[in-house]
Design a protein around this ligand. Structure first.
Ligand code: ATP
Ligand code: MG
Length: 368
């Protein structure tokens, strides 16, 4: 997948213009607050998702614009040239999308047509913070690959919410206790299926990310990631997960009734990211933590490429800081065969760029 042209009008602080990137590395350089992240965010919107900065659509429209923002993308996917257009209107007019000149029922209809993987400094929370970000990362990666997983996940969430409601109701109506078993059964079936999918995906992700980390650290450090679930702690066959989750739920009943929610299951699981067999969250340096997230993101892209049969575009926002020269060199010169967009503030950090294009952004104006 490749971006051939990005056009924009009234998008954030970007002055009406277009960006014609090269097929490999594209470095977007500029001081703080000039519009670098805005550019990556504009490309990202064509994946059909929300802004990776969590911004609301109205925030994307230039302050000075009455009409709204317009973005246009010429890209290559499925071995042909395609076009997409996104408009974001003011007020009730929501985001609308066109693909190859045809109006789409929703902006999310672009999902799967244009694919990208993004790294932004916010993603460092993947290593630095609590487990919920890591579960989100894992679930989002699995949903992009497998629509069936998205359905499984929403069934699980619904069932979990119903069981939690019941746990609270039981304190007022003790006769409801006997209905709990039905939910335990349902939840353990869905939960076991989720755990199996996550575990299998992570085994492959760990291998791919391990190789990438090896490249980033020039073979100096060993990286691994594994699924950390109460259920898996003492091994066992996949075929037995359902039953074990069921007994975990049954044995945890008292605790669940006291808490008023379900304390065990995949919604509480985590990923353990390690460098040199030590937890990256607890012992990793800034550069190591950044390298871990990068390796995870680039591995996500590699597995997505396998599933799609073509490589997604890689967007790297502000990755260079905190990385030493050899790690920066890996990002600039060793990611071959992918179209990459990298933003940076310091032109010195791209002095080692051997091929690719550099763009400069100043106050929303882009120079190639
Ligand atoms: N809706 C909007 N209309 C006009 N300007 C906006 C809008 N939203 C954000 N901006 C401006 O865009 C600029 C920020 O752009 P961006 O986040 O792309 O900066 P950056 O170049 O990535 O900077 P940094 O290096 O600090 O990350 C800010 O000056 C901000 O005020
Ligand atoms: Mg930025």
């Amino acid at each position: 997948m490749k971006v051939n042209r990005l056009g924009f009008r009234d998008y954030r602080n970007l002055k009406e213009n277009e960006l014609i990137p090269g097929p490999q590395v594209n470095v977007i350089c500029g001081d703080n607050a000039q519009g670098k992240t805005n550019l990556l965010e504009a490309v990202w919107l064509f994946t059909g998702g929300r802004s990776f900065r969590g911004a609301r659509d109205q925030e994307l429209i230039a302050f000075s614009s009455r009409a709204g923002a317009v973005l246009a993308l010429d890209f290559e996917a499925e071995e042909r040239e395609q076009t997409a257009k996104i408009t974001i209107g003011r007020g009730a007019k929501k985001r609308a999308a066109q693909l190859n000149g045809v109006d789409q029922p929703a902006a999310s209809s672009l999902i799967g047509k244009f694919c990208a993987v993004v790294f932004s400094p916010d993603h460092l929370s993947l290593v630095k913070e609590g487990p919920s970000m890591r579960r989100k990362f894992l679930d989002a990666a699995l949903c992009q690959r497998k629509p069936a997983y998205a359905r499984l996940l929403s069934q699980y969430s619904r069932t979990l919410a119903q069981r939690n409601t019941l746990l609270k109701d039981i304190s007022y109506h003790s006769e409801l206790l006997e209905t709990l078993e039905i939910w335990d059964e349902k939840l353990s079936g869905l939960g076991a299926a989720i755990i199996i999918e996550r575990k299998r995906y992570l085994e492959r992700l760990s291998e791919a990310a391990g190789e990438i980390y090896d490249g980033i650290s020039q073979g100096r450090e060993r990286f691994a990631v594994r699924y950390d679930s109460g259920l898996l702690r003492d091994g066992g066959e996949e075929a037995g997960y359902r039953e074990r989750l069921f007994s975990l739920l049954q044995n945890g009943r008292k605790e669940d009734l006291n808490a008023g929610f379900t304390t065990k299951g995949p919604h509480r699981d985590d990923l353990l990211v390690t460098v040199q067999e030590k937890s990256a969250r607890e012992y990793g340096s800034q550069g190591q933590q950044r390298s871990c997230v990068l390796a995870l993101k680039l591995a996500e892209a590699a597995l997505l490429a396998e599933a799609l049969g073509e490589k997604p575009v890689i967007l790297l926002d502000d990755v260079m800081s905190e990385l030493d020269a050899s790690r920066q060199d890996y990002l600039l010169n060793k990611i071959q065969g992918w179209q990459v967009f990298i933003t940076c503030c310091d032109p010195n950090s791209i002095s080692g760029l051997s091929q690719g294009r550099t763009f400069y952004v100043e106050n929303g104006e882009i120079r190639g």
